[in-house]
Write a protein that binds this ligand. Structure first.
Ligand code: ZN
Length: 157
């Protein structure tokens, strides 16, 4: 599934990208552009806006009305809807820009990441679009914890 998220859902868009889902997040887009993008590229619209959700239905665009302001409830809703949210980032889509990521040689990122990171980390990825470099860091533990909490909510036992 590919998605387009409205401007209220930036954090959710980054989460979806970390799970490998192609997620557009066109900050400047108005309702009409969001609907056109969803229809044109076959993306599921994610929105906090009830009116936009209704317009999507009228235009034959699949959309999910996100019912929660907080990321925990948002992830829970999508997982209940059958969207796979991974507890380990897959490093296939750039969380910042949705570009394709590729694994890079450690030598290629010397000087482009903090020295302490360069010494302690072996695996790096780079976004083909924006050039941002990623590695497995402490925030991965936060991601695992968050996903575990949501799963626990969904399956108390
Ligand atoms: Zn990028």
């Amino acid at each position: 599934m590919r998605f387009v998220a409205d401007s209220m859902l930036g954090r959710l868009a980054r989460w979806l990208r970390m799970s490998g889902h192609d997620t557009a997040y066109p900050l400047e887009a108005g309702d009409r552009e969001l609907l056109e993008l969803a229809a044109g590229e076959g993306r599921v619209l994610l929105t906090r806006d009830r009116g936009l959700h209704r317009r999507a239905a009228g235009a034959g665009v699949e959309s999910i009305l996100i019912g929660d302001d907080h990321i925990h409830g948002q992830l829970r809703q999508l997982m209940e809807a059958g969207v796979e949210i991974r507890d380990t980032p897959v490093c296939s889509r750039c969380p910042a820009c949705n570009g394709d990521m590729e694994a890079v040689e450690k030598g290629d990122v010397e000087g482009r990441v903090p020295a302490g990171v360069f010494q302690g980390v072996e695996d790096f990825w780079r976004c083909r679009d924006c050039g941002k470099v990623y590695w497995e860091g402490g925030h991965w533990e936060d991601i695992r914890r968050q996903v575990r909490l949501v799963r626990k909510d969904l399956n108390p036992r």
